[in-house]
Write a protein that binds this ligand. Structure first.
Ligand code: ZN
Length: 343
């Protein structure tokens, strides 16, 4: 089958498009999909580069997000037939531990993500647990479903489940163009919140505005935590969503109002920062970490995507052979929204 593989960690150049990779066979409880669309996440860049302690079976195939057609059923699979249109929940959990039994799959001790430790969707075929499938309604494209998966479930779990965002609250989203940020803008808007966005260019901010952002702050033109303070009558915002980390967390805390919540959902600029704990107890701020989502959050947010109430932003559609080009686009921050591939 066609696939984009790598045999060692490193820069984009380690990626290879091949046409003779063995087609995987589904084991017990698993299903093989013919991939109709896959989508790129920052996770795929991190996995390609590797990190201490990450040991993969090489060659590796990246890709967490995908949608396609059921192609083969492993033993003990029921409820699906060959030809079903489906989208993949990219969260892999054991299904048996106390967290999984309590419906908190993203806290599973064996939690991982498709394409992170297992071979993913940048291929013609992928094998996934049958319980990770969700039926795709007619009229919803594979590309839209693949583009939605990881970023929408991540944004939904952080803002709604963990963050408890409510109508009438204010939320600041740090960063305009990334997949999680575009999803967060839409979900915050749908929840009835007032949405502030900090971005790095007028162009990205204009696109954030088109998605429903109410207040736009250009971080090249002013100190953005001061701008938030000024724009909120010196109160700050109720909720900040930060996936940048080291570069922004200090300002994110300063932008919060008293009793505010900081949702930490990633650390693309690095994991360490200096924390003045007086802000925490003085302003009674909550730090809330969030990653991925349990199954029921995936179903809830995808139902809104299927209903057209959330619209995934596709910034580039490329053939599978151009996965390396997708990595370059994302690395340079040269795309607004998701990069989608079709085999
Ligand atoms: Zn578990």
């Amino acid at each position: 089958m066609k696939a984009v593989i790598f045999r060692e960690h490193g820069p984009v150049e380690v990626l290879r498009f091949v046409e003779d990779f063995p087609v995987p066979e589904p084991g017990p409880g698993q299903v093989r999909l013919r991939v109709a669309a896959s989508a790129l996440n920052r996770l795929d860049l991190f996995v390609r580069q590797g990190w201490p302690g990450l040991t993969l079976t090489m060659p590796h195939i990246g890709g967490a997000d995908g949608a396609g057609v059921v192609d083969a059923l492993g033993p003990d699979v029921s409820g699906w037939v060959i030809g079903d249109r489906v989208v993949i929940d990219p969260s892999l959990s054991c299904g048996e531990c106390a967290f999984c039994r309590a419906g908190r799959h993203n806290l599973c001790e064996q939690f991982s993500i498709l394409g992170e430790h297992t071979r993913g969707t940048f291929a013609e075929y992928v094998v996934v647990p049958a319980r990770n499938l969700l039926r795709l309604p007619d009229g919803v494209s594979y590309a839209e479903a693949a583009a939605a998966g990881l970023v929408y479930l991540t944004a939904w779990h952080s803002l709604i489940t963990r963050g408890g965002l409510k109508a009438g609250e204010s939320v600041l989203i740090v960063g305009a163009g990334g997949g999680v940020n575009t999803a967060s803008i839409q979900i915050a808007r749908l929840a009835g919140a007032r949405v502030y966005v900090v971005g790095s260019s007028a162009e990205k901010l204009a696109q954030a505005e088109a998605l429903g952002a109410d207040v736009l702050i250009d971080r090249n033109r002013e100190d953005w935590s001061q701008a938030v303070y000024r724009l909120t009558d010196r109160h700050g915002v109720d909720v900040v969503v930060d996936n940048v980390g080291a570069e922004t967390l200090y300002s994110s805390i300063r932008a919060l109002r008293r009793g505010g919540r900081l949702l930490i959902v990633g650390a693309t600029s690095g994991p360490q920062f200096g924390l003045d704990v007086r802000y925490l107890f003085g302003k009674q701020i909550s730090l809330i970490g969030s990653t991925m989502a349990p199954r029921q959050d995936f179903e809830q947010v995808m139902a809104l995507v299927f209903a057209g109430r959330l619209r995934p932003v596709i910034g580039a559609s490329l053939p599978l052979a151009d996965v390396p080009e997708g990595h370059r686009l994302l690395e340079r921050g040269a795309v607004f929204g998701k990069v989608v591939f079709a085999p």
